[in-house]
Structures are given as C-alpha cells and as structure tokens.
Design a protein around this ligand. Structure first.
Ligand code: GCO
Ligand code: MN
Ligand code: MN
Length: 388
C-alpha cells in the first residue's frame, strides 16, 4: 500500500491555464489572483507533478515586445531548470483574441487564416525552445452558431490545409512534433468542427502526413456529448492515435465544467485509468481542469493534489481488480471459447462453407447469463473499499 504521493515518474502534468485559472466565468469576475508561471512551476514540483503545458499567451502576453518575451521565457526556464519540471506539450491560443471570433484556421477571412498560421508557427517555436514534443490543436473557435455562411465543406478543407502547412513547418525546422487534435462538441461555438474523438480519427487519414497526427481526448468533452470517455480512448488506442490525454470530469450534457479528475464519474475514471495502465500508454497524464470558482489559492493546490491522488488511488484499485480471484473467475466465465469455431474465424471459402452449415443451439445462446450484474457489483464494492 502506498501513500499515494505522486513523483515525476507518474508523468502528471498541468496546464499553466489550469492551476492558473482565476475563476472568471460568463457571469462573474475573477475570484482569485493570477499566479506567475515560475511560481506555478515551483508549486507543482513540490506537489510531485512532472511537467507543465502552455498556450503561447499563458506565458507571453499577446502584445509583449521581443525583449519582454525573452525575459519571461528565461524566468520560466530558470524555474524549470531548478525544479526539473518539463514542458511536454505546447499549444496556441487561437480563441481569446477577437480576430478569431469566427474561427482561426476555418475563418472565412483568408487574412485571419494566415494570421492563425503565423501565430501558431511562433508558438511552435516557443514550444520547441522549451522542449515540447507534443503540439495540441484545440479548435475552440473552429465552428459555427449558424450555417447560413455555407462554409461547412470549405472549413474542413481550410482546416486540412493549415494542418498540412504546420506539419511541414515542424519538419522543416526539425522540431519533431507529434500533433494531437482535441475534439469538443461545443463551447465556445454552438457547433465545433471535429466534435468527437471519432470525428478526429476520421479526419486524420485525409491529411498529407497522417502519421504525425493523433488525438488529445478530454473526459469532459466526450461526456458533454453524452458519450463514454473509456470507449473513445479505446478507439484512439486501437488506432495507435492516443498521443496525449486531458483528464478531468464533468456532469453529462452540461456546459464545460472542468471538474477535478474523478470528482463526478468515478466508474468512468476507473475504467479510464484501467485502459491507460493496461495498454501501457506512456504519454503525459495531463489534468485539464481547474479549481472550483469558490476556491482560494489553497483550494487550487487541493484541487491539483486531488487530481493526482485520485489517479494513483484508481491505479491501485486497478491492480486490486486484476489480483482479485473472484473477479478473475467471473471475467474468465464471461468469455466463452470454442476451439472448433476459433479455427473457422479466418476467412477461406472452406471456412465460410463450414460456418454456413454449422448447427447452432440458438435458444441456448440466448439463455446464458453472462454474470455482469455480479461482476459490476464486485467492481463497485472494490471502488467503495469493501473488498480485500
Ligand atoms: C477547453 C479545452 C482547452 C484545451 C487547451 C489546450 O475546453 O477549453 O479543453 O483547455 O485543452 O486549449 O489545447
Ligand atoms: Mn475542455
Ligand atoms: Mn482540453
């Protein structure tokens, strides 16, 4: 039994925008003071995180001079060097500035699309300077409220053109980035392009260098759409495309809530951790969430500690699940094998013929109870701490 204290080996990361969130919402002003990037780095290092991620403008204000930029970047680098924290992922703020109000890469205005490319290249330069290897594209403003503009087909083509351009840019600079598309169904736009993990996985093969692109699924985003996060990441893993992950939580069907990981859907969080651990996912475990608006700075660090601690507790529960003899027996009983049928599972004309002629006891197949009620209750009891 561990005491669930994280270390850098656990690969936990936070965005500067997450623990740095000041509690502004559409109805109210900030409830907390801003925290500087070096301060955040030092605090997260103390708590056992392994890295921080950033948007260009989380660190460098959009209107900073070159000299101001250099000073800010060197102060951050000093904090990173002192603590050993890394910057595994970088991204661009393509949503805050009014220039992007109707999209960045998918704006109907070519000048906006070109400015979005310029801003992203500069942000990729910054990320590379800080050592980032994953570059995330979250298209918050890439979408519409009304489709009267008639750009649905063009928007996808413009999006593709920009991603192709930026992949070439990365290669030409020798940055070695892997790109992760982050789907979200809505908010801030009424309908965001590439709304789900499945949509992004369908789009990637249409790019010039699909091998450089994967996904950055977020627990809250699939949940907002009423979808299952474990199902989404299983499909990303199956496609070899889980390049990054945004862990948080969310009540289904609501606005984006960015709750502490595991705060709401404990079973969804458990099966998420199980998938990540059992498949040997080795990328960063990024918490894209923030403390409740009610909280002061102490609440921010309680939130950060809570995300990591919950992950480690669930990881321990996953090990318990696999080691539990009754659960193992129920899992074995759930799967029914048949060697004769297994031999017919690969297509050949003979196998097809044999399968067509095979007699099945259809009624018996429908009668069998797979034991899922008992299995699920054991899972729940394990999560509630009353097993073993
Ligand atoms: C959101 C998104 C963002 C992105 C971030 C990094 O709902 O606002 O999840 O937090 O993850 O822009 O790409
Ligand atoms: Mn989000
Ligand atoms: Mn996110």
């Amino acid at each position: 039994m561990t005491n669930f204290t994280p270390t850098a080996a656990d690969r936990f990361t936070f965005g500067l925008w997450t623990v740095g969130n000041v509690g502004r919402d559409p109805f109210g002003e900030p409830t907390r003071q801003p925290l500087s990037a070096p301060y955040i780095v030092r605090k997260l290092a103390e708590l056992g995180a392994s890295g921080i991620n950033l948007h260009d403008n989380d660190l460098v204000p959009i209107d900073a001079t070159a000299a101001e930029r250099d000073k800010i970047v060197s102060d951050l680098k000093a904090a990173l060097a002192e603590t050993g924290l890394k910057v595994p992922m970088a991204t661009t703020n393509l949503f805050g500035d009014p220039a992007f109000k109707d999209g960045a890469f998918t704006s109907a205005d070519r000048r906006v699309r070109a400015y979005a490319l310029q801003k992203t290249m500069r942000s990729m330069d910054l990320g590379a300077e800080l050592g980032a290897k994953t570059y995330v594209f979250w298209g918050g403003r890439e979408g519409t409220e009304v489709d009267a503009g008639g750009k649905l087909m063009d928007a996808l083509a413009w999006f593709r053109e920009s991603l192709n351009f930026l992949a070439e840019y990365s290669e030409s600079q020798g940055y070695g980035y892997r790109f992760a598309l982050e789907p979200k169904p809505n908010e801030p736009r009424a309908d965001i392009f590439l709304p789900t993990v499945g949509s992004a996985l369908g789009f990637i093969p249409t790019l010039d260098k699909p091998e450089l692109f994967g996904v950055n699924p977020e627990f809250a985003h699939e949940t907002m759409a009423g979808l299952s996060f474990p199902h989404a990441i299983a499909q990303a893993l199956d496609a070899g495309k889980l390049f990054h992950i945004d862990l948080n939580d969310q009540k289904m069907g609501r606005f984006d809530q960015d709750l502490r990981f595991g705060a709401e859907n404990i079973k969804g969080a458990f099966f998420t951790v199980m998938l990540l651990e059992d498949t040997g996912y080795s990328g960063p475990l990024h918490f894209d969430a923030h403390a409740l608006r009610t909280e002061d700075e102490a609440g921010v660090w309680a939130f950060a500690r809570g995300c990591m601690r919950t992950y480690l507790i669930l990881k321990d529960k996953v090990a318990q699940f696999h080691a539990d003899p009754e659960i193992t027996a129920a899992l074995e009983a759930y799967r029914v094998e048949d060697t004769e049928l297994a031999a017919l599972s690969k297509f050949s004309p003979e196998n097809a013929e044999a399968l067509k002629n095979r007699e099945f006891d259809r009624e018996a197949l429908g009668v069998r109870g797979p034991g899922l009620e008992a299995l699920d209750q054991m899972t729940i009891e394990l999560l509630m701490g009353v097993r073993g």
